[in-house]
Design a protein around this ligand. Structure first.
Ligand code: GLN
Length: 239
């Protein structure tokens, strides 16, 4: 009997903790190699996107669980229901819109060129002709460079690897999203950004096409966070 009471108490304690702490979970896919939007700090995924999705989670009453994976695995993970949403500085482009829905955009960026400081012969995207250009596999920069004539590209899985190869003069340039490029230039010696603007791109949260209810909730939360100052505070913190 004593034993039974003991397990009953244990069981009740478990039930109570689920009731008390059991917020519905929101599984969020990201690729923590895109500072300042998402990156690793002491083994933890942090950044603008992470703070933003946590604030959204609070607004919609869900507990955010971050899943870090490769960038080109994010949309497949969404399609396979392994994550509920993706936030990864992901550009809402036409090709991806065929596979997933996107929230209202939350950031506008563009593609820029990173060069060694002593490189003075590349002054525009046109000057990349005949050069070897580093891009990140599956990023919009990869798409932009692949569409250019007479430009050779070397594809990387991680942008810091491309930056190292640029510094070692293994490649001539890197094409990357503006804010992340700025972040690398700030933290690495001997490289610069070419002030030549590529096409603007809008970052948005990706959600399965089947989950329109969640999409609406997230859009409403983004709107609230833009109005109540949370969004501006995050910009200030990270940009
Ligand atoms: N904005 C770029 C894209 O969508 C890069 C995003 C990223 O690396 N996280 O392809």
């Amino acid at each position: 009997m004593k034993k039974f009471m003991k397990s009953l108490v244990l069981f009740l304690a478990m039930v109570m903790s689920v009731v008390a702490f059991g917020k519905e979970k929101l599984y969020v896919g990201t690729n923590a190699e895109f500072p300042p939007f998402e990156y690793l700090e002491k083994g933890e995924v942090v950044g603008f996107d992470i703070d933003l999705i946590k604030a959204i989670g609070e607004k919609i009453g869900m507990e955010v669980v971050i899943k870090d994976m490769s960038f080109d695995g994010l949309i497949p993970a969404l399609e396979a229901n392994k994550v509920d949403i993706v936030i990864a500085g992901m550009t809402a482009n036409e090709e991806r819109k065929m596979a997933v829905n996107f929230s209202t955009p939350y950031y506008t960026a563009n593609q820029v060129i990173i060069l060694n400081e002593d490189n003075n012969d590349i002054k525009s995207f046109d000057d990349l002709k005949g050069k070897l250009v580093g891009v990140m596999l599956g990023f919009t920069g990869d798409v932009v460079v692949s569409e250019m004539k007479d430009v050779k590209s070397k594809k990387y899985n991680a942008s810091y690897a491309a930056v190292m190869e640029l510094q070692n003069k293994k490649i001539d340039a890197i094409v990357l999203d503006s804010e992340t490029a700025l972040n690398y230039v700030k933290n690495n010696k001997g490289i610069k950004i070419l002030e030549s603007k590529g096409q603007p791109e809008e970052y948005a949260i990706a959600i399965s096409k089947k989950n329109t209810e969640l999409l609406e909730k997230i859009n409403a939360a983004i709107e609230t966070l833009k109005k109540d100052g949370t969004y501006d505070a995050l910009l200030k913190k990270y940009m």
